[in-house]
Design a protein around this ligand. Sequence first.
Ligand code: P1T
Length: 440
Amino acid sequence: MAPATVIYNANSHHTNGTNGAHSVRKPHSDGFGTRAIHVGSDPNPATGAVIPSISLSTTYKQDAIGVHKGFEYSRSGNPNRDAFEATLASIEVGGAYGIAFASGSATTATILQSLGPSAHIVSVNDVYGGTFRYMSKVASINQGLETTFLDLENADDDTILAAIRPNTKLIWIESPTNPTLRLIDIPRIASLAHSHPSAPLVLVDNTFLSPFYSSPLLQGADLVMHSLTKYVNGHSDVVMGALILPPHHTELNENLRYLQNAIGAVPSAYDCWLAQRGAKTLHLRMKAHGANALAVAKVLQKSPLVEEVIYPGLSTHPRNELAYRSLSPHALKWIKQSNGLEEAGFPYGGMISFRIRGGLAEAEKFLTSTRLFTLAESLGGVESLAEHPAKMTHGSIPEAERALLGIGDNLVRLSVGVEDVDDLVADVEQALEAAAALSD
Ligand code: P1T
C-alpha cells in the first residue's frame, strides 16, 4: 500500500495521515477546541496511553556525553512542560513559542529582568496590584527600571509617543485591566510603538480574556503573557504563568528561554500536566463564563442598588464597539453563530466589576452575604468568586493612586463561574438586598 500523504500545517497536530484510503486530503486548519485538546497531547508511542504520563524525573540518562533524547535536567525542560508549552503556542493564535513559568508573577519578573539595567517602560496605569508592585517597588530598586504609568485607554497619540524615551524597551498592556476593566486599543498602541525610533516591544497580559476571547498577537503585540493560574488552568488548583511569542521573535524567544532556565522560576511537571488538562476545556468553559457573566451584568445593571456596572460586553458599555473589534476570530465566529447574543451585548469573558450603592460597609455586606460567590482573591476558576480590590488584590497600590484609578471602597469584582446561571443571578440579587438592608 502506498504511504499516506503527509499533510502538515502549523495548526494541525497530525503530521501523518495513517489512513491509506484518503491519500489526498485538503490541508485543514483545526479549530481552537481541537487544538486545545490535541496539540501537545499525542498518544504515547510506547504504551498507547491517550493521556500523557506525568514525568517526575529530575534528570535524564545520556548515552554518551551530550547525547540524549532531548532532555537533560528538568529545570531546562521536561516532557510535560514541553508538551504544555506546545499547547499554549497553539491556542494563543499567532504564537509559535510558549515559555512556562512558576506563576504569572514569575513571568512578569523574568520579562522585566530581561530588559537589563536602567531601562524604561510604559505601563497601563491600571494593572494587577502585584505587577504594579514588581515594577515600582522591586525592579525599580534592583535594576533601576523606570515605569511611566499611563492611561492608555484615554491618552491621545501624542501623549503616548511623548512618553516613549530612547531607552523605552517595553509597553505593558492589560486589557481589560484588573480591576476596572478599562479597554485598550491594542492595534493602535502597537502601531504607535512600532513607528517610534525606540521601537519598544508591546506585551499584552491576556489573563482576563484568555486565548479564547482575545488574540493580541494578531493585533500586533510582540508578546502575550498569562497568569495560567486563572482561566487557562481553570480549576483553582495550579499557580503558573507563561509567555507566548510569534514566529518572527526567534531571538527574543531564545533569550527568554535562556532566562527561564537561568533564573529557574519554572513550573513542576505535575502542574504542567494539570494545566494542560484544564486547557483542554478552555473553549467550553469560556463560553459558559461569558454567557453567565453577561446575564449577571444585565441583572446588576437593572438593580437600583448598583451605581455602575463595568462589563465591556454590555451594549451600553462606552467601549462596547472596541470590545467587539478585539474579539479573537474563534470567539467572533461563536458569537455570530449564537442567536440573539448580540442584541443586549455579547459574552466578553467572565469578569465583572461594579460599584455598589453605599461604601465599604455595603460592599463588605454584599461580599459576606453571597452563598455561591466565595469571598476570595483570584479568578478564572469554574467556581464563582467575589472580592474587594481596594482591600485585597490591589491593596499594594497607594490609596491616592487607587482613588485616581477608581478603585474605591464600593468597588466589587466578580469572577463569574460556570454554575447554573439562575442560581448565580439569585445569589447576586439576595446579596444586594442584604447590603441594601444595612442602610434601611
Ligand atoms: O498570581 P499569579 O499567577 O502570579 O499571576 C499574577 C497576575 C498577573 N496578571 C494578572 C492580570 C493577574 O490578575 C494576576 C493575578 N491576579 C490575582 C491573583 C487577582 O486576584 O487579581
